[in-house]
Design a protein around this ligand. Sequence first.
Ligand code: SF4
Length: 172
Amino acid sequence: MDSEIEVSSKEIDNLYKKLDKEAEASGYHLNPCIEDTKDLVKGILVNEKRYGYWSCPCRMAEGKKERDLDIICPCDYRDPDLTEYGMCFCGLYVSDEVVNADKKVTPIQERRPPEEERGDKRYQSDLGDLFHNLKYPIWRCKVCGYLCAREQPPETCPICKAKRERFELLNL
Ligand code: SF4
């Protein structure tokens, strides 16, 4: 956290409520430990003021949006971490099983590839044979995997609410 960047409790409460509402509407859950969760929300707001986007509150950002796209919250790694560990890397989001106390969280391995391995290639699909005759290009939400066929990606993912910039064009 950056002590020079001020974030008011009202800003934290407002974003906490917004994220909680969106999460529940989309089948996700914020961590029920409200104090810890609000700390993470504060980290997101600090990063928004510092970088101009919601960089992950528990990862080091480069400060260049195009280089940090995969760790803009919710990051590309949230869903696989929820499936495998029951919570995202920071613990902002938790799975149904964790909320219902059917599963205990375990230490999470960082899923983000090292810098030299990052790049669009890791998202390329091998579904070419299946899709190559479609009239419209296929867009994939890199956060939740939602697919759509249209000229341009949607403004916001209808599933996880990630913004348009988080969509990739599948290279088929
Ligand atoms: S969803 Fe990803 S970016 Fe958001 S808090 Fe969790 S680990 Fe960080």
